[in-house]
Design a protein around this ligand. Structure first.
Ligand code: SF4
Length: 320
């Protein structure tokens, strides 16, 4: 292999967002307060390393409430949960702790407002993704339309002159979503939209940071799990900027062949990726390229924290 790698640039804004930090803290505090086994509906965040670690410590991840024994505590994941699941848990007498990111809850509230007013609601997102499944539950069946791409817009059979609401998954590509919303605005002049506002600050900042890497690097590696929407969008962001990019779940998936002929490597990570995985990747590469210059600018995200559910914030204070 030709050893040409000279620089590694770490994305200045990457890794855990406030929603993920809070969801992980909820599970940590849940383990302390309620012990094991502790049930979590769906992966608390989409990261394989975090899930495996919690499983080792007695957390049981389930998809169906039927798999939670009576009288147990169940935590709902950061991606958001449909109202009928909350109802079913209540009917079963389960104690629910909701780890939904507040930025997802904000989208749920708007969905509910649209449905109360009988406004047809277009949900832009990826079919089957947990967040979209949850948000769909806040929109009445006869008003709900999922938009994944332009073909879905063309297939929409609604009168052009009615008021139509649009909401988006929080972790989409800013560029693609803006494009889809522009198309919708042409088809429905009375479209009610917050623009790309549903896309959260963390998704926006991480995509901006990858675009900066794409300007100076000739390869961008994204650390993130395949199920993680925001991580996949980071890889696409680099690729759409014309740069080779690969996503790896853990450092052992990194291939040194990718560095063939590359001078500058950019590294970023999704909003659910622990920092130690990025450090392990850097160490792995540094071992082989000890002359490489590693650079990281200061993060633009500072001091963003989301409140914990009351029963756990009280417990945290009491146990401190
Ligand atoms: S990526 Fe955005 S919406 Fe998702 S948990 Fe993080 S802050 Fe919340």
């Amino acid at each position: 292999m030709t050893q040409t790698l000279k620089e590694i640039h770490l994305a200045h804004t990457q890794g855990f967002c406030a929603g993920v930090s809070s969801a992980i803290e909820i599970v940590e505090l849940g383990l302390q307060k309620y012990g094991t086994p502790l049930y979590v509906r769906h992966e608390i965040v989409h990261n394989t390393s975090i899930i495996k670690d919690f499983e080792k410590r007695g957390v049981i991840f389930i998809e169906e409430l039927a798999d939670v024994p009576d009288d147990k505590v169940v935590i709902f994941s950061a991606h958001g949960t449909a109202p009928d699941v909350f109802e079913a848990a209540k009917d079963r007498g389960l104690k629910v702790i909701d780890a939904t990111c507040p930025l997802v809850t904000k989208v749920h509230r708007q969905a509910t407002r649209f449905s109360k007013r009988e406004v047809h609601t277009l949900l832009i997102g990826h079919r089957g993704h947990q967040e979209l499944v949850g948000t769909s539950g806040y929109v009445k069946d006869h008003l709900r339309h999922i938009i994944e791409d332009e073909a879905d817009i063309e297939a929409l059979d609604l009168p052009a002159d009615i008021e139509v609401g649009v909401l988006t998954q929080t972790t989409l590509s800013v560029r693609d979503t803006t494009h889809l919303i522009e198309k919708l605005q042409t088809k429905f002049p009375n479209l009610v939209t917050g623009g790309k506002e549903d896309i959260c600050y963390a998704t926006q900042n991480r995509q901006d940071s990858v675009l900066e890497l794409a300007e100076i690097c000739d390869l961008v590696i994204i650390v993130g799990s395949v199920a993680s929407s925001n991580s996949n969008r980071l890889r696409e962001t680099a690729q759409e900027a014309g740069i080779d990019s690969f996503i790896i779940d853990t450092p052992d998936e990194f291939s040194f062949d990718w560095l063939e002929g590359k001078k500058c490597l950019g590294i970023s990570s999704g909003a659910s990726v622990p920092w130690y995985l990025v450090e392990q990747l850097v160490d792995l590469i540094y071992e082989k390229y000890p002359q490489v210059n590693i650079q990281k600018k200061e993060s633009t995200e500072k001091g963003i924290h989301f409140p914990l559910p009351k029963e756990l914030s009280d417990y945290k204070l009491a146990s401190q």
